[in-house]
Design a protein around this ligand. Structure first.
Ligand code: SF4
Length: 456
């Protein structure tokens, strides 16, 4: 029997998602139970497995979702509104003439997906009698919900600025601080080809400063967000500034947050910045309380790096970048230094070569699937298929396991697709231990998270 979700999604989006959906008859249970589900949405968790929800998440991310008018109710009051993660705002330019958009969507089995608005998507959201539903081509799939609005979004700093304008909550437990929306690589057209940071207008500007916030404002917001229990991590990021002014700013923020919270470190605090030119600043980042750092290479192949990140190459240089990563491992320890590699910008073998090198050096290479950003120089281009991405993520999980990394750490660390796949791999292993007769070949979770296979 044909999978009804796949059938319903056929048409103009089929080419985008066709390999994000199960192809076989192994989902017969799904077919039979969709009717039951519509009549009895409380049963979602029983009838849709983690594998199916993961595929729907992939399809939602790739094709976006349409919001019916009822889906806006309560956003900005009860439900958290989308404020914008400036480096990767997939909704840039779509928000001007609408009420506030919701932020992430909670799916069954604890999976989450950012809301990417697409008025032509076959997926839609509507609220009925207080319950928010995900629909596909007019058919209700199951109830979903937005994130609760954090209490600190209603608070102001002691100097009178609304906190939501200065820092945002995302990924379930992260306070995100973007210190500016300007990257000096823009000068001479040297910005990274995939980055849309410079296209964003910050919601708040400080006079005569490169920075949106002061360290003290960030510390106050951290106190409110951690105090409310909704933040366990703090990320700070932004563009490269003249004379690398951002590095000292990040150091000042770490010190201010530590002092305000009365802690020895910034709990879950991570600074995401271009590798410092002055290696002693890495020691100072550690002293300032940052628990881990990201120096994102983005692409591994040196020629691609120079071509896609010409500003990083000119200001820091790949050779120094690698040296700084190794030095950071000495300072922060193995596993506490990270470097995002964007999946889809270079050939698979080159990506995996980079992931292997970084892992061998004790650096956690975060695989981040490339989505062409509005306003970036690569806007309008296409990312590889979902099947390509899942295969890459699974090969990355294999690599980490070969090097002794504990997937439990990966699984608990967020809502990204590699976190989901790590969790699914652990789940299916437990299921096999509990039931040795389980036929893994027929288990969608196994096919996705262990084999990286969408063609079965
Ligand atoms: S260094 Fe590249 S990725 Fe980072 S903010 Fe600047 S342009 Fe964007």
């Amino acid at each position: 029997m044909e999978n009804p979700i796949k059938k319903l999604l056929a048409g103009k989006v089929a080419s985008k998602i066709k390999d994000a959906l199960p192809l076989d008859a192994g989902d017969a249970a799904l077919n039979g139970l969709i009717g039951t589900l519509i009549a009895n949405p409380g049963r979602t968790e029983q009838v849709f497995g983690t594998g199916e929800i993961f595929l729907i998440k992939a399809a939602l991310y790739l094709t976006g979702v349409r919001l019916e008018p009822s889906a806006y109710v309560g956003v900005g009051t009860i439900h958290k509104e989308l404020i914008g993660v400036y480096q990767f705002d997939l909704n840039l330019g779509k928000t001007d003439d609408r009420p506030p958009l919701p932020s992430e969507l909670a799916l069954p089995h604890g999976l989450h997906v950012p809301i990417v608005v697409n008025d032509a998507s076959p997926f839609s959201l509507l609220r009925e009698k207080g319950t928010l539903y995900l629909k596909v081509s007019g058919m209700k799939l199951f109830p979903v919900e937005y994130e609760k609005r954090p209490l600190f979004y209603d608070k102001k700093t002691s100097d009178g600025i609304e906190m939501w304008k200065l820092a945002q909550h995302r990924l379930g437990d992260e306070l995100m601080v973007t210190y500016n929306t300007y990257c000096h690589t823009l000068k001479g057209g040297n910005q990274c080809r995939f980055c849309g940071l410079n296209q964003n207008e910050p919601i708040h500007r400080r006079k005569n400063s490169y920075f949106i916030q002061t360290p003290e404002q960030i510390a106050e917001i951290a106190e409110a967000a951690y105090g409310e229990g909704i933040a366990k991590r703090l990320e700070i990021t932004g563009g490269i500034l003249p004379k690398r002014a951002e590095v000292d700013f990040i150091i000042a923020v770490g010190n201010a947050v530590k002092a305000r919270l009365g802690t020895k470190t910034v709990p879950g605090g991570h600074a995401l910045l271009a590798a410092p030119n002055d290696l002693s600043q890495i020691d100072r980042l550690k002293e300032a309380g940052w628990e881990y750092v990201f120096f994102n290479l983005e692409v591994w192949n040196p020629h691609f790096f120079a071509g896609l990140c010409p500003g990083k190459e000119a200001i820091v240089g790949r050779e120094h970048w690698l040296k700084a990563l190794d030095y950071a491992v000495e300072v922060f320890g193995k596993g506490n230094v990270r470097s995002i590699l964007i999946a889809g910008l270079e050939p698979l073998n080159s990506y995996l070569e980079g992931a292997e090198y970084l892992t061998e050096h004790g650096i956690f290479a975060d695989p981040s699937p490339w989505m062409p950003m509005p306003g970036s120089l690569m806007e309008g281009q296409s990312t590889p298929s979902a099947g390509w991405h899942i295969n890459l993520l699974v090969q990355t999980l294999d690599l980490w396991e070969r090097h002794g990394w504990d997937l439990r750490d990966v699984a608990k660390d967020g809502w990204l697709s590699f976190n989901d796949l790590a969790a699914m791999r652990l789940q299916v292993r437990r299921a096999k231990e509990d039931n040795p007769a389980l036929d893994l070949e027929k288990d969608l979770r196994y096919q996705l998270s262990v084999k990286g296979n969408l063609d079965f």
